[in-house]
Write a protein that binds this ligand. Structure first.
Ligand code: ADP
Ligand code: MG
Length: 367
């Protein structure tokens, strides 16, 4: 069935840097609208956007005499609410045998990792999905036939400078990176990527900690910053059961969760030398992502003969299904509330606005 990508926007509270610089609130959310004011031109009509979900980390606001908004009591945006809205749907679809993708976009420090991973005391979507998946599996195993079989496999990779690193391998730091290949039916995949069987949530947690450690080692060796890398966590969920006719059927779902590199432009970070090269490769993946999303949105708008440049970067090859293929897809756009990030926030909102037009057609993977 063809459907559009679901898009959520999430505004984080002010951070200490913004508070120290006396930054002002330029975002407001009301109903399904997200409104952004231009701090250079407060008299101008503010830009308005509408998304499937809007998350706000302040209990309301009021407009001040100078036109900025005054945040009311700062309420930390609720991880559980985001999971209930987005994560539960992902799980339901995974049980049915659909591929699911969820990705987070936004500038560095806007709350992508907070939403996707969170922290042990404040779990984000990946751990909450993992927890709930195993809770559901335990229930299911009680009632399922003896020969039914349920498996979950985890992989975790990083795309950095157009190279793929296997974060579940101790060789993650080895130079070179893994090859991306194309399967005639299933599409692009990473050759020899580790896929670890996991049989409990704590097992997932342990694997992800291992991945995070490997990433730190790899990035230290390369003198890299993690905000410049894209991280992809994939859970492959298979359910083998007999149908009513007694035939053995296998449903497979790949849940792809992507924490994208910071969307800020490289030229705004004063990068030189290696850092600049790093910036341009990131730009290649992220700007290709932008180009693909624009092309897909044009297509959805009825434009003919559009070429979507999926092949132009590693990231977009691996997101091919998530963006225009066999997947049910959700995007979270993470936003700063502050005037000092106006340009980046507006550009994130425009990106999210294009993404919501994109159509995918997921099918149940059953054989
Ligand atoms: P990114 O991954 O986009 O670079 P992070 O997720 O690391 O950004 O967030 C930056 C900081 O802001 C972190 O300290 C994080 O705890 C905090 N933060 C982000 N989003 C929220 C939120 N919705 N509520 C509370 N704190 C948040
Ligand atoms: Mg991050």
């Amino acid at each position: 069935m063809t459907e559009t990508v679901k898009v959520a926007v999430r505004v984080r509270p002010f951070n200490s840097r913004e508070i120290n610089r006396n930054a002002k609130l330029i975002i407001e959310m009301s109903g399904n609208q997200t409104i952004i004011k231009d701090p250079e031109n407060m008299k101008a009509e503010p830009r308005k956007f509408a998304f499937d979900y809007s998350y706000w980390s302040h209990d309301g606001f009021k407009e001040r005499a100078d036109g900025y908004n005054e945040p009311a009591s700062s309420k930390y945006a609720d991880q559980k609410k985001v999971f209930d809205d987005l994560g539960r749907g992902v799980l339901e679809n995974a049980w049915k045998g659909y591929n699911c993708s969820l990705f987070a976009y936004g500038q560095t420090g806007s709350g992508k990792s907070y939403s996707i991973i969170g922290s042990p005391g404040n779990k984000g979507i990946v751990p909450l999905v993992g927890e709930e998946l195993f809770r559901g599996l335990e229930e299911k195993r009680k009632s399922a036939a003896k020969d039914a079989d349920f498996q979950v496999h985890l992989s975790m990779m990083e795309i950095y400078n157009e190279q793929v690193r296997d974060l579940l391998s101790s060789k993650a730091a080895v130079k070179g990176g893994l090859r991306v290949r194309q399967h005639p039916a299933k599409g692009f995949y990473v050759e020899t990527l580790t896929s670890s069987p996991v049989n409990s949530f704590s097992h997932i947690e342990a694997k992800m900690n291992e991945g995070t450690t490997n990433r730190t080692i790899a990035s230290t060796n390369m003198n890299a910053t993690s905000s410049r890398a894209h991280t992809i966590v994939a859970m492959t969920f298979t359910q083998k059961e007999k149908n009513e006719a007694g035939q053995s059927m296998t449903k497979t779902s790949i849940i792809n969760i992507v924490d994208l590199a910071g969307s800020e432009r490289a030229d705004s970070t004063g990068a030189t030398g290696d850092r600049l090269k790093e910036g341009s490769a990131i730009n290649k993946s992220l700007s290709t992502l932008g180009n693909c999303i624009k092309a897909l949105a044009d297509m959805a708008g009825g434009k003919k003969n559009v070429l979507v440049p999926f092949r132009d970067s590693v990231l977009t090859k691996l997101l091919n299904n998530a963006l225009g293929g066999n997947s049910k897809t959700v995007m979270v756009a993470a936003l700063s509330p502050a005037d000092i990030n106006y340009e980046e926030t507006l550009s994130t909102l425009k990106f999210a606005d294009r993404a919501k037009a994109i159509k995918t057609s997921a099918v149940i993977n059953e054989s």
